[in-house]
Design a protein around this ligand. Structure first.
Ligand code: HXC
Length: 258
């Protein structure tokens, strides 16, 4: 598949997806979303990897939605753009494999929202993260107003959204937006190390962990707990080979072979 704004590389069981529009700091427009969607719908590629790492080319991860493109938007166009972004970011959030955002530089506005749709975030110590929409008379529109408070609580989310200044990677780490910091030159390497570790775990368990966390956040804790017990029980069905292999391997003092 040929892309203008994306690059994809496979390293063993890990896929590296790079947003590649560095002249505009990888700003997101409809064409970028179209390509992202195309990539995410390519089942053959997704099924051939165990973990996806998303990063940006150049000095930015993604500096947000394309402000130039938004200048002439009508209300309908703006609504549609918000919906397109949401669909694509939900595709990321709903992938059955872990997705790691390797934040190499600016992750602002829609760029931070992209990172929030990933499962965990590794950031360069030099990166700046934030939701500056308030400076443009806008609000986050790719689900950031919803994903951020679910991740870091309403207070921290309001702080980031209402100040619109952005924070250093170290502050983002303290707030819980970022899970790991890395020296600028090692962001990808450290993300790949985490990806390798995850790729050695049970793919079925990873898929279920992701599902339980994401779906559970939308349910009452009672219903979410029931859903968890149900899935835990299902793991013990006869056809659940990974559970059998995992427990057998432990008892036989060997590595599991998924
Ligand atoms: C379009 C962008 C862009 C963006 C940068 N560029 N961000 N183009 N949309 N979001 C372009 C610049 O215009 C410039 O193009 C080139 O990228 C390099 O950027 P500079 O500003 O020259 O770089 P620098 O001085 O290093 O500043 C970096 C920066 C700044 C601090 C990240 O670019 C910036 O503040 N960008 C905007 C960040 C932002 O407000 N994002 C939120 C957008 S709203 P030229 O052609 O001049 O070289 C949003 C809403 C999401 O995301 C929801 C929608 C539904």
């Amino acid at each position: 598949m040929h892309f203008n704004y994306l690059k994809f590389e496979k390293r063993g069981k890990i896929g590296i997806l790079t947003l590649n529009r560095p002249e505009a700091l990888n700003a997101l427009n409809k064409d970028v979303f179209k390509e992202l969607s195309c990539f995410l719908e390519d089942r053959e590629t997704i099924q051939s990897i165990r973990v996806l790492v998303v990063t940006g080319e150049g000095k930015a991860f993604v500096a947000g939605a394309d402000i130039k493109a938004m200048q002439e938007y009508s209300p309908q166009m703006a609504y549609d753009f918000s919906e397109i972004g949401k669909v694509v970011f939900d595709q990321i959030a709903n992938l059955e494999i872990p997705v790691i955002a390797a934040i190499n530089g600016f992750a602002l506005g829609g760029g931070l929202e992209l990172a929030l749709s990933c499962d965990i975030r590794v950031a360069s110590e030099k990166a700046r993260l934030g939701l500056p929409e308030v400076n443009l008379g806008l609000i986050p529109g790719f689900n950031g107003t919803q994903r951020l408070p679910r991740l870091v609580g309403a207070g921290n989310a309001m702080y980031l959204m209402m100040l619109g200044e952005g924070v250093t990677a170290a502050e983002a780490y303290q707030l819980g937006v970022v899970q790991k910091l890395a020296p600028p030159e090692s962001v990808l390497e450290i993300s790949l190390e985490l990806a390798e570790k995850m790729a050695s775990k049970s793919p079925n368990a990873l898929r279920l962990i992701k599902l339980m966390v994401r779906e559970g956040l939308e349910l009452s804790s009672e219903d979410a707990g029931k859903m968890e017990s149900k899935e835990f029980g299902r793991l013990f069905k006869e056809d659940q080979k990974e559970r059998k292999e995992g427990i057998d391997a432990f008892l036989e003092k060997r590595k599991p072979n998924w």
